[in-house]
Design a protein around this ligand. Structure first.
Ligand SMILES: NC(=O)c1ccc[n+]([C@@H]2O[C@H](COP(=O)([O-])OP(=O)(O)OC[C@H]3O[C@@H](n4cnc5c(N)ncnc54)[C@H](OP(=O)(O)O)[C@@H]3O)[C@@H](O)[C@H]2O)c1
Length: 334
């Protein structure tokens, strides 16, 4: 039996999480019972929402108990199966949690359709971050050709796909990102029509005004706080504001008070939040759409790959410091 290395939640975060919030253990992997499979984890996705799962919970995910294995999704290979339809070597995705060799009931697994993409594609441009961008823009944002779109955290996992979807749909897209390198990548690789380095701007609203002349039809908000407020100032008539995430507020002692809600009324706009999990019955639609653009070479993806389970807590902290360049994943095996 292989050894199952795990990362357990040891302490709730007080600020940006890191290795100090976890302990490790190692024990022989559990043999699968009837209906279960033993897996080898290949990739783990590291996501900002994990901070709230570790802390107070947020209504859609029960908070993790101290001493329990850290939760998280990923891609794995079947090593041993006692479940119909699963054979050693099959690639699957599931909530594997932060461990090298989970044993999981097969009903929680989804077999990867390798006609859509590779295992790397399934953690990247076909993964949940990409699917989030798809439903956020198309369903919540009601994206239409010629819309003027603004995306924050545009170089990140969700943002980079949102920028490209908007461009593929014939929109004018501006991206906000932190730092010259990320902005250059959003402009040159993702082909955004305009970029804003929010870290270099003293007046973000003025910078949005310059990057989005004539205003914004769809604002895809990954960060919340003052960035959301600044974007609201530029809404066009009938604008849609997509509340995808609010990473800037994760560590705020006082939540930022939005001042420009009046602009929503004036523009007859709407603002709506969403969780990608509510679209699980339509994931296939998103993945088919994304895979087609991946196959024809138009959809780019930058993965930020860390090596080894011990890097997962470091990666989680990187998200909140803006140190990730692309969708952050941890590779445990090839
Ligand atoms: N609604 C849903 O179902 C759903 C699903 C997945 C993700 N999300 C949300 O989508 C957002 C992006 O997630 P992701 O996984 O793609 O992460 P990501 O964008 O790859 O990484 C997070 C990025 O946020 C930016 N950031 C961090 N702190 C910030 C601050 N104080 N102010 C402004 N920007 C800051 C950084 O980019 P810069 O270097 O550019 O600042 C950082 O690289 C998150 O808010 C996440 O919670 C929502």
């Amino acid at each position: 039996m292989p050894t199952n290395h795990r990362l357990l939640l040891a302490a709730r975060p007080n600020g940006i999480p890191g290795p100090e919030n976890f302990t490790t253990d190692a024990q022989p992997a559990r043999s699968p019972a009837d209906g279960e499979v033993l897996l080898q984890t290949l990739y783990l996705s590291v996501d900002p929402a994990m901070h709230s799962w570790m802390s107070v919970g947020n209504g859609y995910n029960q908070r993790i108990t101290i001493g329990d294995v850290m939760q998280g999704g990923g891609i794995a290979r079947v090593l041993e199966s006692r479940a119909e339809g699963y054979l050693p070597g099959d690639l699957v995705q599931a909530r594997l949690n932060w461990q090298t060799h989970p044993t999981i009931p097969a009903r929680y697994l989804q077999k990867l359709d390798l006609t859509l993409g590779t295992a790397e594609d399934w953690i990247g441009p076909l993964g949940l971050s990409a699917v989030t961008a798809y439903f956020g823009l198309k369903d919540i944002g009601g994206l239409k050709p010629n819309d003027h779109v603004l995306v924050s955290a545009a170089a990140g996992g969700v943002g980079q796909i949102a920028v490209q979807i908007a461009r593929f749909e014939g929109c004018r897209v501006a991206g906000i990102a932190g730092g010259a390198e990320k902005c250059a990548w959003v402009a040159n690789e993702l082909k955004a029509h305009a970029v804003i380095d929010y870290k270099a701007e003293s007046d973000l609203s003025a910078a949005i005004g310059r990057a989005c002349p004539g205003g914004i039809d769809v604002y895809f908000d990954n960060v919340g706080g003052p960035t959301l407020d600044a974007a609201l100032e530029h809404l066009r008539h009938g604008a849609r504001v997509v509340l995808c995430g609010r990473i800037s507020q994760t560590h705020a002692t006082e939540p930022y008070g939005i001042k420009n809600l009046g602009k929503l009324a004036a523009s007859r706009g709407r603002m709506q939040g969403f969780l990608v999990f509510n679209y699980h019955q339509r994931y296939e639609e998103a993945r088919t759409w994304l895979a087609a653009r991946r196959r024809d070479g138009s959809l780019h993806q930058r993965l930020h790959v860390l090596q080894g389970l011990a890097q997962a807590p470091i990666g989680l902290g990187m998200l909140f410091r803006g140190e990730n360049t692309g969708k952050l994943v941890v590779r445990l095996a090839s």
